[in-house]
Every structure is written in C-alpha cells, then in structure tokens.
Design a protein around this ligand. Structure first.
Ligand SMILES: Nc1nc2c(c(=O)[nH]1)N[C@H]1C(S)=C(S)[C@@H](COP(=O)(O)OP(=O)(O)OC[C@H]3O[C@@H](n4cnc5c(=O)[nH]c(N)nc54)[C@H](O)[C@@H]3O)O[C@H]1N2
Ligand SMILES: Nc1nc2c(c(=O)[nH]1)N[C@H]1C(S)=C(S)[C@@H](COP(=O)(O)OP(=O)(O)OC[C@H]3O[C@@H](n4cnc5c(=O)[nH]c(N)nc54)[C@H](O)[C@@H]3O)O[C@H]1N2
Ligand code: SF4
Ligand SMILES: [Mo]
Length: 756
C-alpha cells in the first residue's frame, strides 16, 4: 500500500518484515529515485504496534548489497559467470535431463531452506518442484529445526500443524525451555515484540521461568533461571509430570478429560522418573523441579513452551510431547493463558475437513535408502543427505536442487556434506548469494530482493499468538525480464516434468489454481461448494492478477473468515487486506477442542506407544548423561540471522562475532584466558576459535553460534569474508538424530576443548 506523502516526493509503504518469525510491520519511506530513505516500525500495525529489531531496517542494505545476485550464474571451467535467463534455463534443463536419462528420477533430490518459510512465493510454489521431481529425496531445514513439534502434535492431536502456541499475552506463568526470544524474537510462537510481552507478564504479577544451560538475556529478564545440563530436558519434564501425578496435582480441564486417552499409561511411564532420580543427570536440584511442578499446577493459568534447545536434540520429539502433556495435565491446554491452537485466516490442517476426527498422522511411510531412516512429513533427515549422495547404488542422488538454503553451514557434519555436494553430477540453487552452498551449483537462479516480492506469512500465522492477516504489496517492481521467485519455482517444476526450458510458468500457475478451485467447489462445507469454477477463476483473475496473491485470495476467501466470493460480504479477501495495509486483527486465540482434533479416535492421544518407547530409551541413556564431559550448545544473536546476513556491515560491525563462550572454571582448567584461542573437537571434526570467558554458561558447557565460516573459496560475499568466523556444524554429528522426527542433534554435542 503506497500513498504519496504531500510536500515531498517520497512515498510511504507498509510491509511485513520477512526476516524472522515475528512478522513486524515496517513503514518504508521511498524516495523519488526509487531508493529506500528510511525504514522504521509501523506504529499502526495491528500486531507489532511499531516494534522493530536492528535487522528490520537492514532490508535497505540487503536490497542495495552489491554482492546480492542480479543475474543468473552458470559455472564454466569452475568459475561462476553471469549469463542470460535463457541460457540459464537451458543449462538447468540439460543438466536435469541428463541425470534423469542416465540414472532415473530417484537420482534427483531437493532441499528447502528457512527463508522459504518467510516467502509467499516459496510457500505456495516450492511444492511444484517437490511434486514434479518424481523422487522421494526431499529434505529441508525442518530437520535441523522444528520437525519434532510436528511429529508430537501429529500423534497427539492429529495433524503436523496441530502445534499449541503459548498464549503469552494472557498467561500468569510462562515456562520456556531452550528458547531465547530476546535474541530470536520467538519461534513457532509468532509474537512481534516478544520481549515486551514477556515483561508484561511480570508487570501484571505473573512469573516467567527460563530453562537453559546459558544465562541468556531472556533468562536475565525472567523471575527464575534453571541452568539445566544440555540434552537432559526430557528427564526434567518426565519428573515434572511425575510430581503432578504423585502429588495429585493433575487437573485436566473437564471439557477435555473425557476426550483424553492414555492418562494411566503416562502415569506409569513417568513413575520411575522422580525429581531425585534425575537430579544428577539434569543438574537441576530435586527441590527446584518439585517447586516448578507445583507452581505450574497452582498458577491460575500457565503455559510451557519449548524451542530449538529442546527440539534440535536427540530427544526432540519426546520433549515436545512431554511439554504439551504437562500443559494438558495441569488444565492449561486449549484455554486462555495456556497453550492454544490458532484459527489462521488462510486455513490449516486443523481447520479443513470435518472437525473432531481425521486420518491422523504417522511417520515411517517410507525409509531412506542407505541407513533406513523413517520418513516424516514426506521428508528425510537432512543429516543423511551426504550418505545418500556418496553411497553408490540404485537411487544414489546425482542431481540436487537447493531452494533458499545453505546446508553447508547449517546442517550437521558439514564438511562431509560440503565434499558430497562437490561430487554431484548437477546442482542448481535458487538463492540471492553465491555462498558456501551455492558455490557448488552448476546454475544459480537469483531470486528477487524481498522488497520486490508480495508478502503474506501464510506459514507463520499458523503459529501466532493472535489470529492476524496482513498482506504486503511489493515495494519495488521487478525489472524488465526479471522473473519473480514463484515464476522461477514454477518453471523449475515444469522443467522437472520434462516440459523443457521454454515452459510457461503462468500455465503451471493456472493449472494449480484451477485444481484448487475444483477442490473448493467440490467440497461439502466449503463456502463455495457447488459454485461455478469458471466464475471463481474469473473473479480471482480480475485485473490480470496471477501468482501467489491470487492463490492466496482463494485460500482467504474460502478460509475460516472468508468472504466466500460474495457469500459473506464482510469476510476476508485479498481486496480487504489491500484496503487495510496495517493488517486485520482477528482476535485472541479461542479454545478449539474438540473441533480442531484430527486423530482417528477423535481423542487427544496422551501416550502414543512410540513416545512411551522413547521415554524408556531415555531412561536407558540416563546413566551416560550423568558423566562430566564438556557439552557444546549453540546460540543466536539479535544482529545475526542464521547464515546469510553477515554481508550487512551495519550488523557485523561492533560486538557481533563468532566466539566460544567458556565458563571461568573451565577456562582455568583448560588454561585459556579471555581472548585466547582453543581447539574444539567432536567425534566428526574440530575447529579453532577465540574464547570469551563468561559465567553466562553453566560449567561444563561451551557455546558457539551457527551460521559462520565464510572463509571458503569461490564465494562472493565480501563483507562476510572479512569477519568469517568458524562453522559450528563442522562439530555437530550426523549420526545423532532424533529417531522419531529425524531432527539433527545440534545441541549437547560431546566435545573436548584444548588451549592453542
Ligand atoms: N549448529 C546449529 N545449526 C543450526 C541451527 C542451530 O541452532 N545450531 N539452527 C538451524 C535452524 S533453526 C535453521 S532454520 C537452519 C537454517 O538453515 P538453511 O535454511 O539451510 O540456512 P540459512 O542460513 O537460513 O540460509 C538461507 C539461504 O537462503 C538464501 N536466501 C535468503 N533470502 C532468500 C530469498 O528471498 N530467496 C531465496 N531463494 N534465497 C534466499 C540465503 O542466501 C542463504 O543461502 O539452520 C539450522 N542450523
Ligand atoms: N536474531 C536471530 N533471530 C532468529 C534467528 C537467528 O539466527 N538470529 N533464527 C530464527 C530461526 S530459523 C529460529 S528456528 C528461531 C529459534 O528461536 P529460539 O529457539 O529462541 O533460538 P535460540 O536463540 O537459539 O535459543 C535456543 C536456546 O536453547 C538453549 N539450549 C541449548 N541446548 C539446550 C538444552 O539441551 N536444553 C535447554 N533447555 N536449552 C538448551 C541455548 O542456550 C539457547 O539459548 O530463531 C529465529 N530468529
Ligand atoms: S523482530 Fe524479526 S520481523 Fe521484527 S524487525 Fe526484527 S527481524 Fe524483522
Ligand atoms: Mo529455524
């Protein structure tokens, strides 16, 4: 939405920030030469109310970055050179065609990276690439991130999108495990201004407890910090559940009690895990654990929430399960101030179909070729990507498509993956930089700048603390001949289908839309059931509209608040969002059970057998967790964003740097001083890194941020190379994964640390 600001030549545009999950509204001032003059928080945004972090305003520098790719690159004699789009598409078609011809479609693989979850075009058109490959080799950043929450929610509530969100604006008692929203601004809990919202809990007399091996800024701003030993949260959570049962503190909401299956099985399963029995492994005094359980139970409302530090670990799914089990046992599931389900404007798996029951969810519909890992949500763990590339045999991956991802820096045992990518027959990246991963690509297709794309957070609103809808028009037009990201993806899909380099992405877009309309008019209960498909198509395409905004309009209009193409004139449509550039607030989360359930039984499954078996496995590992070796964990910094924003000097100048945090006691023992260097060694690799001595880590724990290590040849990120840092994923182990979800264990890595 743009209005010209009278008196000056500037125009003002409102846009949602696409950089992290907080979805902050931005106000951009654009000058007469189509340059960004200023970016600040949009005070009228219905959700973020003006909040902005230091990254939000760097959309200007990102847009202007001379290293950001403007033209396709093709590797010729080992060097990337700029080519025309026609030449690039021909090279993609030839490269993929050759691999399919020689090795079949099972030799194709794809990886979808994190920025795709913040990008409307990718959210809607990555699927074209996946479906068109005709191969099961699908990987994504989900398996270094949140897939444990999908698997836990899937088994407990029926769909992988059935992930409860802590109602932080209304809770009296918030427990956060392995999350540092002061740095990350929140995750699977979309809440712009997260820190302010935490402070509001305390201001209204509530309590915030942070459980983290590091004394993070979040911990510092909490009422209580529990300095747990990495990787042991499952034991702590089991002990909390144990206290709830033993002290008769279980009080499942009356509405949910008759819907809940497995209470007795859970009681039996946690019986061995008393606060006293887990004390040595977790490092948390039994009295602290007992008090925690009693306080959660006694609080008028409470919400337990866990993120990366309890998901990206070996027992990630178990942790996600026990967290929601505790929410349920204490009467805090699906009620105000507890952990709740959203009702997103574009719908989700929990809003579609008949409510209350469904097909349910299961992992293991297939197994990986080499080490037989179970499929989860249609994908395999990215930790096994390297072995699938390097192990000969039928189905060996020979061609790789990387969509907005940098797995060379972001996935475990990355030296091994780096070498594997170098051995491929063909690789194509859709990216904005020539970086550590895309340097292996034979063809790099540059996506436009974020400011040249339309935006709607179709994925992140599924996990937001309020139901909100906000659409952003592009700030800058695409250049003549420059394809939008969705056009690149649709065309790539067409080429994978064998339609050749001249395939028209708009024909693919049309076919997709017609298919979605067909499904909508054919579904009983849809607001357009029985309507004429051509009429709906024409309404959506009015004014020549196409691409993601048109697809999204259909989702909005047929969604829970939808206008239904005239059936509900006050309802939501793309036009309504265009008329409301600061967003539309659809209200606080409301209880949704049992209607949101999609389990085959129509019940909440509190004790899925797979999860009980996993708890038994944890019990067997407990003794080994009591040992005193050094453990590595990660960390995030407010001014960094995974691996790809280190080319912004405004962010990297000053304090932002890649150092190993070491506790003073450990530093003494190792014989290193602040500013000195150490060698950190794990089972799979070792790195040399400067040390910051700080008591903000638990003794026995060292912390290194991920996303660094920009000192490899063949990249084009001049600023990042100046302050390269080291790649922490050289240390993380591809063989330690959460067996249920396939998520990599990126925390609690056994390491040795030696002074240099
Ligand atoms: N040790 C350790 N490792 C971790 C983590 C950790 O906590 N510890 N965290 C993990 C998590 S949570 C995640 S999500 C992953 C992220 O893992 P990835 O998604 O693999 O990596 P990113 O660093 O997000 O890199 C994103 C890539 O997308 C490109 N890009 C940026 N914007 C766009 C765009 O608009 N279009 C396109 N096409 N490309 C774009 C960037 O240039 C970059 O190459 O890292 C994981 N790795
Ligand atoms: N500034 C910034 N913001 C980001 C990102 C970024 O890179 N930079 N990345 C975005 C992405 S992709 C994601 S997924 C989110 C992640 O959002 P968060 O989950 O909030 O991520 P972190 O800040 O890494 O917090 C994880 C915490 O877990 C702790 N931890 C490690 N091991 C354990 C353990 O075994 N037990 C417990 N209890 N804690 C442990 C770490 O010390 C760390 O403080 O952030 C998003 N926002
Ligand atoms: S908190 Fe996230 S969404 Fe908000 S301005 Fe910062 S990077 Fe953008
Ligand atoms: Mo992530």
């Amino acid at each position: 939405m743009a209005d010209t600001d009278s008196g000056s030549q500037n125009r003002t545009v409102f846009r949602t920030c696409p950089l992290c999950e907080a979805t902050c509204g931005l106000e951009l001032t654009v000058g007469p030469q189509e340059q960004i003059v200023r970016i600040r928080g949009d005070r009228d945004d219905v959700f973020s109310h003006g909040f902005i972090c230091p990254k939000g305003s760097t959309l200007k520098q990102l847009h202007e970055d001379p290293d950001r790719l403007r033209a396709p690159l093709v590797k010729k004699d080992g060097v990337h050179v700029e080519v025309s789009w026609d030449e690039a598409w021909q090279a993609v078609s030839d490269g993929i065609g050759r691999v399919i011809e020689r090795h079949g479609r099972n030799a194709l693989a794809v990886y979808g990276g994190n920025p795709g979850a913040h990008n409307l075009g990718s959210m809607l058109y990555n699927g074209v690439v996946y479906r068109s490959m005709g191969s099961h080799n699908k990987f994504s950043a989900s398996t270094v991130d949140q897939i444990p929450k999908h698997v836990a929610g899937g088994y407990m509530f029926g769909t992988p999108q059935s992930i409860p969100v802590p109602d932080i604006d209304h809770t009296d008692y918030l427990v956060m495990l392995g999350a540092n929203p002061y740095a990350s601004n929140g995750s699977l809990c979309t809440a712009p201004g997260f820190p302010d919202r935490l402070e509001a809990i305390r201001a209204r007399g509530g309590k915030v407890v942070t459980i983290d091996p590091r004394r993070t800024k979040t911990a510092e701003n909490s009422d209580q910090w529990i300095a747990i030993k990495p990787g042991t949260d499952g034991l702590l959570l089991a002990a909390v559940a144990n206290v709830l049962f033993e002290e008769n503190l279980v009080s499942i909401d009356a509405r949910l009690a008759s819907l809940t299956a497995g209470v007795d099985e859970l009681r039996t399963a946690v019986a061995p895990h008393t606060p006293e029995s887990v004390e040595k492994a977790t490092g948390v005094p039994a009295s602290v654990t007992r008090t925690l359980a009693r306080e959660i139970a006694a609080a008028p409302t409470a919400a337990v929430y866990g993120r990366i530090g309890v998901n990206a670990v070996e027992f990630g799914t178990l942790n996600a399960w026990l967290i929601d089990a505790i929410n349920l046992l204490t009467g805090n599931l699906d009620s105000r101030g507890g952990a709740m389900f959203t009702m997103p404007a574009t719908g989700s798996a929990t809003t579609r179909g008949r409510g209350g029951k469904g097909k349910g969810f299961a992992i293991g519909r297939g197994h990986s070729r080499v080490s037989k890992k179970p499929e989860a949500m249609g994908e395999y763990p990215v930790a096994i990507l390297a072995e699938e590339i390097t192990t000969p045999g039928d189905g060996q991956i020979r061609a790789f498509i990387c969509l907005s991802g940098n797995p060379v820096l972001s996935t475990p045992h990355s030296k091994q993956l780096d070498a594997a990518l170098a051995s491929l027959d063909f690789m194509v990246s859709v990216d904005i930089y020539l970086n550590e991963t895309s340097r292996h690509a034979d063809v790099i297709l540059p996506a436009p700048s974020a400011l040249q794309k339309e935006h709607y957070d179709i994925g992140l609103y599924v996990y937001a603390i309020r139901n909100v809808a906000n659409f952003s028009e592009r700030v800058f037009e695409l250049h003549e001949g420059q394809p939008d990201e969705w056009e690149i993806l649709a065309k790539l899909g067409g080429i994978l289908q064998g339609l050749g380099p001249d395939v028209d992405p708009h024909a693919i877009d049309d076919a997709m839309l017609r298919q979605s309309i067909g499904a909508a008019v054919g579904t009983a209960g849809s607001p357009v059931h029985g309507r004429d498909a051509d009429e709906i198509y024409d309404l959506l395409s009015a004014g020549g509209r196409r691409g993601p905004a048109r697809q999204m309009d259909l989702m909005l209009q047929t969604g829970p608040y939808g206008a239904g193409f005239g059936a509900n004139p006050d309802g939501l449509s793309l036009q309504k969002l265009l008329d409301n550039p600061h967003g539309v607030d659809l209200g606080a989360l409301e209880p949704r059970l049992p209607e949101a359930l999609r389990t085959p039984t129509g019940r909440i499954e509190l004790a899925p057998p797979l999860f009980l078996a996993e708890l038994a496995r944890l019990g067997e590992k407990q003794a080994s967790m009591e040992s005193a070796g050094m453990l590595l964990v990660g960390r995030r910094d407010l001014k960094s964003n995974n691996s790809w924003m280190h080319n912004m000097k405004v962010l990297t100048k000053g304090s932002l740097s890649c150092t190993l945090h070491v506790h003073p006691d450990d530093a003494d023992r190792i014989g290193v001083a602040d500013g000195g260097s150490v060698r950190v060694t794990s089972r799979v690799g070792s790195v040399d890194v400067p040390v910051e001595v700080t008591d903000a880590v638990r003794p026995g724990v060292v912390s290194l941020p991920h996303g660094w290590g920009h000192n490899v040849p063949g990249t084009r990120m001049a600023v990042a190379a100046e302050k390269a840092g080291v790649n922490s994923n050289i240390l993380t182990d591809d063989e330690v994964i959460d067996p249920l979800s396939g998520n990599a264990a990126l925390n609690a890595i056994p390491v040795t640390v030696a002074a240099l």
